[in-house]
Design a protein around this ligand. Structure first.
Ligand code: BTN
Length: 324
């Protein structure tokens, strides 16, 4: 991404049209540079309306991340916030920083990822201004095995933060996708670095769909949604969203570090989208197991009541449909 792009785009708003010439003058750059930035932003997924004689206007009310506000707001949480306009992946970048000694509770957010990573080797795509993408570094004095419930705790924290924002129907799909009415709103990718026996550092990557995603409908057979479908425009400020999510995560992770997953088990099940339902679990080996989702255990494993009896799963992909 052109380093000047965000300066140009931030000069436009959803409220009114502004001419390219006016913006060029304000920033001391050429009209052609403004034009190019608008085109590049569109190619990165930002929707911009252009009307001859009036100029440009953002199609959606995007709130850009504010580095100094975030850094200040995170101080009471003892979180060191860093915002980069563009990078490959916040997880990849924070992993490099963690391996070079970055502090516990370092947070890295970005406006654009060129190689956003999803679970199971997938890519995570988010249009410019349309998503909230960040990673949080949490250092644990624990073995990798003791962190098996971590992924569920993160999903729980996300769902709680979204409910704090007024999205009462936010629920968790095992292990940690966030769903609203069956459609995916957010995903989590946790990557560990350290010693199998501890200590370990977790890079907790979160991607939340905010704007302009719902129109894409489906992603790999899974319905998708975004916050703009469920909340009024005034509650779509990504700075506030980031603060609320990090605040919930910080509280939950601090307790998880001491007590493990057990104290969160009932809360997690209360937000479980598929609790009591018949689901299909697809394993990495290509197996498909049908069963009733009766909950999770203290390690965060999914419990399925199958024809062969009660089974526990530590990995796999849950679906309500058996055909995929
Ligand atoms: C998934 O549902 O597959 C997980 C998606 C996780 C995406 C986030 S976006 C911020 C962080 N950086 C990445 O490269 N991935 C995670």
């Amino acid at each position: 991404m052109n380093p000047q792009l965000l300066d140009v785009i931030r000069a436009f708003s959803h409220e009114r049209f502004r001419s390219g010439e006016e913006v060029a003058r304000g920033l001391g750059i050429s009209r052609a540079s403004v034009h190019n930035a608008v085109h590049e932003a569109e190619s990165l997924g930002l929707r911009i309306q252009a009307v001859r004689g009036r100029g440009y206007r953002l199609a959606h009310p995007v709130t850009w991340l504010d580095a100094s506000w975030l850094a200040k707001s995170m101080v009471p949480l003892a979180v060191h916030a860093q915002l980069l306009p563009a990078l490959d992946s916040t997880n990849a970048q924070l992993m490099r920083q963690a391996q070079a000694g970055a502090a516990h509770k370092s947070l890295l957010a970005a406006e654009w990822q060129s190689k956003g990573r999803g679970r199971r080797g997938r890519t995570w795509l988010a249009g410019l201004g349309g998503g909230l993408m960040f990673s949080l570094l949490w250092r644990f004095n624990r073995s990798a095995g003791e962190l098996s419930g971590l992924s569920l705790v993160v999903g729980l924290g996300l769902a709680q933060a979204l409910r704090d924002l007024g999205l009462a129907r936010a629920s968790v799909k095992w292990p940690n996708d966030i769903l609203v009415d069956g459609a995916k709103l957010a995903g989590v990718l946790i990557e560990l670095t350290g010693d199998m026996l501890g200590p370990n550092a977790a890079i907790i990557g979160v991607g939340i769909n905010v704007l302009g995603v719902a129109s894409q409908g489906f992603e790999l057979g899974q319905a998708v949604t975004d916050l703009s479908e469920h909340l009024p425009v005034g509650r779509l400020d990504r700075n506030d969203l980031l603060l609320k999510v990090v605040s919930r995560l910080s509280g939950l992770l601090t307790r998880f570090d001491v007590e493990g997953f057990a104290p969160f088990l009932r809360d997690w099940e209360a937000m479980h989208a598929h609790q009591g339902q018949t689901v299909y679990l697809f394993t990495a080996m290509g197996e498909r197991i049908a069963g009733q989702a009766i909950g999770v255990d203290e390690d965060g494993a999914l419990l399925l009541a199958t024809q062969a009896g009660l089974r526990r799963f530590h990995s796999g992909e849950v679906s309500l449909r058996g055909g995929t």
